[in-house]
Write a protein that binds this ligand. Structure first.
Ligand SMILES: *Cc1c(COP(=O)(O)O)cnc(C)c1O
Length: 534
């Protein structure tokens, strides 16, 4: 396809890309956003190139053992479908030259994705690009040097003309340091170089959870060579001390976007004390319709036909997977609620199950089935304990609660298409956006969620899904939200499901309509071009 030369060419940097379950170089929401972004740019014929890392061993394949504990499998993928660009670039890490081979994922002819790979015989540390999000801070900074510094060098070696560098999350900010170094090597002062570099960078900020906004000590950055020719004073001006990757992103960018309208307010409050940061606008995430929406649902929606029989088929498909994995037979006529998330505390998967007194009557009365899925980070013991607790619960109530192991894109699709209700219970305002609920809505699966992330703008209560908790924020939020969850479940969700099938059908239609009109990746990339890249 001919490139569109009237629009700026954008290099989109991200630590992970979730394009397909068979290219396991992603962990979760961030990568899926990046993958959906590339797919939409491809369809809209927008001049975008992606820059990422080839994670030879992926994130983790996490299964559950006989005792009900999660364990991680070590796997090495072969990635047969990648093209060798013949290009190698070098990054100096801890006084060692690290060579990175540049691979091309050419699934989207007009939108190439370049992946850096340090797993080469000439490298002393070939494992640097093995595991996504694993290891110690030294490893992490080394990987961020490969993505940022190596990424820019790859674009230069490929002789690509880039107008805008888009850092999706702070992992990529060392690319900004490389852009500054390049200009200083041409004779610019630091201030001149920074001013010019700022014109070229835009930044997307993500989670407001503090641990998700990485900080590194200057000693570590300096000894690894992440200073890249800059000095302490200059690096400190970018990221502070300790060096905060998000702060550096906010200071390097000419414009930043938050990933939902509520997140924009949260991010502004979070960073308002930090000087010299860019303006933050809100561009709500979207999902790639053709990846996530069942084509039959799409057709029935357009032809104004009933969605329910198609949804029921999708539910049967999910029940089949549940049977295959767990041996449990769930009744297709019982309301099925799905919850699939990383085992992170603020997501509060336990909100529905830690009040047994209120949950049990629904289970005993065969009013409700629950399906859970989600990985814990391989080094997160508390997260693994959360998974163990859910597994223990499934053993207590095998007729009504099940857990599916190794949550990935394939399961994500099966779940968001196959459950009746998608439960989302983050502690507001910690969910920056959340995209799985958009996938659900697009398939006529109704959201039941706190007013956080995208749902704060997407929810029309009782029309396209339900909210609970009214957006309340306070110290007793968990109690308030839990009460509200059971109230809404008992008095609204269950009665409509069992007694007003026509109303349910109508809500499904509204859910699809709202999602395809406002929460697609196509709308998102158009917004990027209009509001962020302008
Ligand atoms: C969509 C998706 C996510 C992101 O969804 P959230 O709502 O942000 O949790 C994470 N993991 C997988 C496998 C997905 O498909």
């Amino acid at each position: 396809m001919e490139r569109n030369k009237l629009l700026p060419t954008v290099a989109y940097f991200c630590m992970e890309f979730g394009l397909h379950a068979d290219l396991p170089i992603y962990s979760g929401g961030l990568g899926i956003l990046a993958g959906d972004y590339l797919k939409a740019a491809h369809e809209e014929n927008l001049p975008v190139v992606g820059v990422g890392i080839l994670w030879r061993k992926g994130y983790t394949r996490q299964l559950i053992n006989e005792e009900g504990s999660p364990y991680d499998l070590e796997e090495r993928y072969s990635f047969d479908s990648l093209q060798d660009t013949g290009i190698k670039v070098q990054v100096e890490i801890g006084n060692q030259p690290v060579t990175c081979k540049v691979w091309l994922v050419d699934r989207f002819d007009n939108v190439p994705l370049y992946l850096l790979d340090a797993d080469l015989p000439e490298n002393k540390n070939p494992w640097l690009t093995h595991h996504l999000y694993r290891g110690d801070p030294t490893g992490r900074v080394s990987q961020e040097m490969i993505l940022g510094i190596g990424g820019i060098r790859a674009l230069r070696a490929l002789k690509l003309d880039i107008d805008i560098y888009h850092f999706n999350e702070g992992h990529a900010v060392l690319a900004g340091v490389e852009l500054i170094r390049e200009k200083m090597a041409q004779g610019a002062s630091f201030d001149e170089a920074l001013m010019e570099t700022k014109k070229e960078i835009v930044f997307t900020t993500h989670t407001p959870v503090p641990a998700g906004n990485e900080e590194h000590p200057h000693g570590l950055l300096c000894s690894l060579g992440a200073y890249n020719g800059l000095n302490y004073e200059q690096m400190q001006r970018l990221g502070g001390d300790p060096f905060n990757m998000t702060v550096a992103g906010l200071r390097l960018a000419r414009l930043t976007n938050a990933v939902s309208q509520l997140h924009r307010e949260t991010a502004k409050k979070m960073w308002h004390n930090v000087a010299s940061t860019s303006e933050i606008i809100g561009i709500t995430n979207g999902v790639h319709r053709k990846t996530w929406q069942d084509p039959e649902i799409h057709r029935a929606y357009l032809e104004q036909k009933s969605l329910r029989p198609i949804h029921q088929k999708n539910k049967e498909k999910l029940l089949e997977e549940i049977r295959r994995q767990t041996g449990c037979e769930l009744d297709p006529n019982v309301l099925l609620i799905g919850f699939a998330r990383r085992a992170a505390t603020y997501k509060r998967g336990d909100l529905i199950y830690n009040n047994r007194e209120r949950l049990l009557p629904f289970l005993a009365g065969k009013k409700l089935h629950l399906v859970f899925a989600g990985k814990a980070h391989p080094q997160d013991e508390a997260g693994k304990e959360t998974v163990r607790r859910i597994i223990a619960l499934t053993k207590e109530y095998p007729e009504s609660i099940v857990f599916l192991e190794n949550y990935n894109m394939r399961l994500g699709k099966l779940l968001t298409q196959g459950v009746d209700v998608w439960l989302n219970s983050p502690r507001r305002p910690m969910e920056a956006c959340g995209t799985s609920g958009m996938k659900a809505a697009m398939n006529g699966t109704l959201n039941l969620s706190t007013l956080d992330g995208w749902w704060a703008e997407g929810c029309r209560h009782g029309i396209n899904g339900w909210q609970f908790g009214e957006g309340y924020e306070g110290p007793d939020q968990d109690t308030v939200d839990q009460n509200a969850l059971f109230q809404v479940l008992e008095h609204q969700v269950l009665p409509v499901y069992y007694r007003q099938p026509d109303r349910w059908e109508g809500m499904m239609r509204y859910a699809v309509e709202n999602a395809v009109n406002h929460f697609t990746a196509r709308r998102m990339v158009r917004d990027y071009y209009e509001k962020l890249y302008r």
